[in-house]
Design a protein around this ligand. Sequence first.
Ligand code: N01
Length: 542
Amino acid sequence: TRSVTTMTDPDFSTAPLDVVVIGAGVAGMYAMHRLREQGLRVHGFEAGSGVGGTWYFNRYPGARCDVESFDYSYSFSEELQQDWDWSEKYAAQPEILSYLDHVADRFDLRTGFTFDTRVLSAQFDEGTATWRVQTDGGHDVTSRFVVCATGSLSTANVPNIAGRETFGGEVFHTGFWPHEGVDFTGKRVGVIGTGSSGIQSIPLIAEQADHLYVFQRSANYSVPAGNTPLDDKRRAEIKAGYAERRALSKRSGGGSPFVSDPRSALEVSEAERNAAYEERWKLGGVLFAKTFADQTSNIEANGTAAAFAERKIRSEVQDQAIADLLIPNDHPIGTKRIVTDTNYYQSYNRDNVSLVDLKSAPIEAIDETGIKTADAHYELDALVFATGFDAMTGALDRIEIRGRNGETLRENWHAGPRTYLGLGVHGFPNLFIVTGPGSPSVLSNMILAAEQHVDWIAGAINHLDSAGIDTIEPSAEAVDNWLDECSRRASATLFPSANSWYMGANIPGKPRIFMPFIGGFGVYSDICADVAAAGYRGFELN
Ligand code: N01
């Protein structure tokens, strides 16, 4: 066995590595820890100046996780999960980042990464069966394996609106927020976008700004977080039952310890149905979308949940003409990521907030002083793009990844991402993707999903090393079959009917394909375990 690298490895750029990890977010951090523990020589590169990925970059006001803090945390170390004290049911970005900083210190992870460094290319050499990885910091390293922990929502989408660069005021994207924060006091602010990032930041920007204009193209469903502080008593209760809570999460559809009522929303009485919705509404956030088992597969069942949400919106918003605009009418509830908010709808009861409906009057241009729509001009001092990300494929697309025969990943995925289990790509031996397209990924608790993937990858590398095998690569047939399986499962739901980022619909020209595996986290974990137990069925080992 090799010795564990626990100190900065000064030779990483000259001697061949076992693994290069791209990214130091929740997935890359765990990959560094787990693969080092296996005795592998690992080095990572991270574009940010610190660990945390999503939680390092997304510092906009109101940024908060929509999975409960006790669930959205690493499960790999019992001591860690018992020691750490979450202060709130849903943790805000600064607390999650300090948790991840703590994990990095506790497990000495920073020493394994070079920060402020972006991987530019990764090229597979068939002769030596190694990857050559180059960065914008001039690193040129070789490694047997590459683990892409590049994130699903890490490449900003800034729409190409005419005149964008001419705007004279301050410009921000929620996903790349200044570390020192932004003071909007006395300013006229425009927020473009009403997805999770927009809906979370709008109430806080509204409290500061002189006037806030919300530019809404599509209304989104949002459920109040119902966030509460946690006290010692509650923390002790949760920690006492942690094993059970984790076990439930790992068997569940979404990676949290909650299951849907297995009945159809249509087979219970209206009173019972509304009571169930009310209870879930109080639980908060995404769980509402999973009250009944058929809520996102049967349009009629879905309609009952949508009607409930509509009544809630109407009861919060004083001006019913504004409520009309805030009620989504273009997708079944839950088929776009439902938002978890704090005081979102109430923001529209403020005198200093205006909702600008882009459906009736689209943006025509941005100019030096503001935004021009088809029927008005809005003078602005600051402009916030809450316009989301090139999801699931964007971060990999930016890296020049070349597999066998010099084929690029971009070419391989020109009609949409093609993976086996989301973990590997035919033609790209020894390249692993963590929480990539074809895995439950963004439909599940991303920390537990990353752990499950990294554990599987560690097992696969261990298998290769014990058997003296150099490479692992999915067969073309396994990729075809997995794509069919993913698309069969997606078409049994209402998800493909929404113009969501799950479908690539938010990026002009991106192929429309439902990218995540929708069969559930527990089911998926079983499939991965089965594949490994069957000698890595569907993978070619050479
Ligand atoms: O991005 P989005 P996001 N003109 O793509 C609009 C996770 N997350 O950053 O729907 C005008 O959802 C676009 O309009 P439309 C979570 O998984 C989680 O908010 O395309 N508008 C939409 O309203 C989430 O789903 C949390 O018509 C334009 C908005 O911009 C994912 O990240 C918090 C436009 C983009 O919404 C992405 O969320 C934050 C244009 N040209 C994020 N282009 C938690 O709560 C785009 N839009 C944990």
